[in-house]
Write a protein that binds this ligand. Structure first.
Ligand code: CO
Length: 128
């Protein structure tokens, strides 16, 4: 697993929670206009967390935050060695890819899989 992403309407509050309550190392907020989010990277022993808050009008996390105004777990990201091979294998098995392969928050290719194909969990795949 690469990271767990948590959506929040209050990035400063969420950042303080992970820093002060759990002792996480937190980054400065990073605006990612091409993804419609602002991200704070949190490092904890054995865990990477990404805090996401909406950026711009058409943020892909806006609907999630309307349904979950207190925030919550948004997606899990798993690493794959070959994202095209992973996409082809998963779609051949009936999984739905959301949108196109993009460059993710770490500068590597990522794609998202429909939560209805993964037990209600939005899955991100990131090429290592
Ligand atoms: Co992610």
């Amino acid at each position: 697993m690469n990271h767990v992403a948590i959506a929040t309407n209050d990035l400063a509050k969420a950042t303080a929670l992970y820093r002060d309550t759990l002792g996480g190392r937190v980054s400065a907020p990073v605006a990612q206009p091409e993804h419609g989010v602002t991200t704070v990277f949190v490092e904890l022993p054995g865990a990477k967390i990404e805090l996401l808050s909406p950026l711009g009008e058409a943020s892909p996390i806006a609907n999630f935050l309307r349904r979950n105004p207190e925030g919550g777990v948004h997606h899990l990201c798993f690493e794959v060695t070959d994202i095209l091979a992973a996409r082809d294998r998963l779609t051949a098995g009936g999984a739905r890819v959301l949108g196109e392969i993009k460059t993710g928050a770490h500068g590597k290719p990522v794609l998202f899989l429909h939560p209805k194909d993964f037990g209600g969990v939005l899955i991100e795949l990131e090429q290592t």
